[in-house]
Design a protein around this ligand. Structure first.
Ligand code: ATP
Length: 263
């Protein structure tokens, strides 16, 4: 390494870890679904977690968001250890997630779905019993969120009548009600056609402004479009982690996963 390159490397600002896994292990009756996973997700980045079916992506998401307690290891959110906290306590600290299985109430309107989420006791418990003026303010907030996720024109529709893609947009809107600094998205484009996928890519870019996004995603062109860095899981362990263009050339990754997809 030359002096100049050393200086350049030295001058690079140290990235701030938004979310960090340290030697995470999760065992289900002796089976290791998560096997010594350490990874750092930097503030402001879009980070994709990929891997073949059964590689442990959902389990890792559940560990990062407090829906599962690790067998061993730690999770840190902005430097604070959170792996022993309950999911709502983690939400209060700035992490929110969407689910592969829909969290939308089908018999309510799109707007009411967002309103209910805005009134949930997290992150501000005193909002639960709100005076009417407070509800007006929440109504405005709901409209802004719907606008942001591209559902501004759909607010009076029943959630059940939304297309699959629109439901995913609404789910992202619901996650945004908690004003997360870190947003976890579980397969945001699953089951979508190319038009829906293009819309979700644009939406994720939009919501990623000023926040950190971690997504589990099977569609490699979506990953290539969106991710600053990726982590590849295999058999519960990290196979590779880094910039997409570097990781996709890793022969182990090509063999384990990307090769299957013809990339
Ligand atoms: N609650 C559980 N009890 C027992 N085994 C489990 C449990 N949850 C997950 N597993 C196992 O852990 C492994 C990882 O599962 P996980 O759902 O995390 O993988 P994944 O990468 O998300 O898969 P997919 O891409 O198919 O959604 C699988 O072998 C699965 O059967």
């Amino acid at each position: 390494m030359t002096v100049i390159s050393q200086l350049q490397a030295g001058n690079r600002p140290t990235p701030v870890a938004a979310l960090e896994a340290r030697h995470l292990v999760k065992e289900f009756r002796g089976f290791r679904a998560t096997n010594d996973v350490s990874l750092q997700i930097n503030e402001g980045e879009i980070h994709a977690i990929i891997g073949p079916n059964g590689a442990g992506k959902t389990t890792l998401f559940n560990l990062l968001s407090g829906f599962l307690r690790p067998t061993s290891g730690e999770v840190h959110l902005f430097g604070e250890r959170v792996d022993q906290l309950r999911p709502y306590e983690i939400v209060r600290r700035g992490l929110s997630r969407s689910f592969q299985i829909s969290s939308v109430f089908p018999t309510m309107t799109v707007r009411d779905n967002v309103l209910v989420a805005l009134q949930s006791p997290t992150p501000l418990p005193h909002q639960f019993w709100s005076p009417l003026s407070r509800l007006d303010a929440l109504g405005e907030q709901a409209e802004q969120i719907l606008e942001a996720v591209g559902l501004g024109a759909a607010h009076e529709r029943l959630a059940a009548d939304l297309s699959h893609g629109e439901k995913r947009q609404l789910e992202i809107g619901i996650s945004l009600t908690q004003q997360p600094r870190v947003l976890l998205l579980d397969e945001p484009t699953s089951g979508m056609g190319s038009e829906g996928i293009a819309r979700v890519i644009a939406l994720v870019r939009e919501v990623a402004r000023g926040r950190t996004v971690v997504l589990v995603e099977h569609n490699m062109s979506v990953v290539a479009e969106l991710a600053d860095r990726i982590t590849v899981l295999q058999y519960g362990a990290v196979l590779a982690s880094g910039r997409y263009d570097d990781v996709r050339q890793d022969p182990r990754v090509i063999e384990a996963y990307l090769g299957e997809e013809g990339h």
